[in-house]
Ligand binder design. Structure first.
Ligand code: MF3
Ligand code: CO
Length: 251
């Protein structure tokens, strides 16, 4: 069931999302060669504490941290580790939820460490572009959820990238994962609701250099590309308001 949000609730989710955007502004410049994924998680958690917010990923189905830090061939749900030190040429997606006053935001950025290969840079640029194309598709009058998938997947097909199917965007705001699912690939088998006023959801293309296929490691969290080629991930929380679709995690 899709839980529509009223104006007051959207204003509270907006505050949570703006704080998350501020967090990326503060932590982003510190995501450089030599830092561990654990230290990135510490920076994010301190930021949340300083702003009287919480990281709802910590404890979600037993997940141990406030961020997911996914390096190179890790698609999503990489667990921060003191032993994982970023090197020049790496890419890392930092996926974070914030709970501010009971309202949840969700956003992901992929950072390049120093100079990365031209191919990897292009994967990152086009993945981010596919997120904005998805947002644009969702902004059109009478748009439906699968219009997002159509926009994301048709863009990525041009580059022969793999569009991850096993994980999707989702409704968000009261909880981390709500209805509807927001896939990045089109399927007649999937529900295709119209995007209505009051809907708040996360759009999050996960795009692979090679195959779309992924596997979960034995830690039961880390999702890797099957061919171990790199993967990028960008995510915004958006809301359909009276004035159209608003990107909440960027302002
Ligand atoms: N932020 C993730 C998402 O985009 C959810 C993280 S799963 C968790 O859907 F277990 F790490 F919390
Ligand atoms: Co999400």
């Amino acid at each position: 069931m899709i839980q529509l949000k009223d104006e007051y609730q959207i204003s509270k989710i907006r505050s949570s999302c703006h704080l998350l955007s501020d967090m990326f502004d503060e932590v982003g410049p510190q995501v450089v060669e030599g830092i561990s994924t654990y230290d990135i998680d510490r920076l994010c958690e301190s930021f949340m504490k300083k702003h009287h917010a919480k990281g709802p990923c910590k404890g979600y189905f037993g997940y141990p941290n406030v961020t997911c830090t996914s390096v190179n061939s890790t698609v999503i749900h990489g667990i921060p580790s003191k032993k994982e030190i970023l090197q020049e040429g790496d890419i890392i997606s930092i996926d974070v939820c914030i709970d501010l006053d009971g309202y949840i935001s969700d956003s992901t950025h992929t950072y390049e460490i120093g100079k990365v290969s031209e191919k990897v840079h292009q994967l990152n640029v086009e993945t981010r572009k596919s997120l904005y194309l998805g947002i644009e598709a969702a902004s059109k009058p009478n748009a439906r959820i699968q219009d997002i998938a159509q926009a994301v997947s048709s863009h990525c097909r041009k580059f022969k990238y793999g569009v991850v199917k096993d994980y999707c965007g989702h409704g968000v705001g009261f909880e981390i994962h709500e209805d509807p699912e927001v896939p990045n690939y089109v399927s007649l088998a999937n529900p295709n609701p119209r995007i209505k006023k009051g809907m708040v959801f996360a759009i999050e293309p996960m795009i692979n250099m090679g195959t779309w296929k992924v596997e979960v490691l034995r830690d039961n969290w880390t999702v890797k590309t099957l061919d171990r080629l790199p993967s990028c991930h960008w995510e915004h929380t958006v809301a359909m308001t009276e004035n159209g679709l608003e990107i909440l995690t960027e302002y």
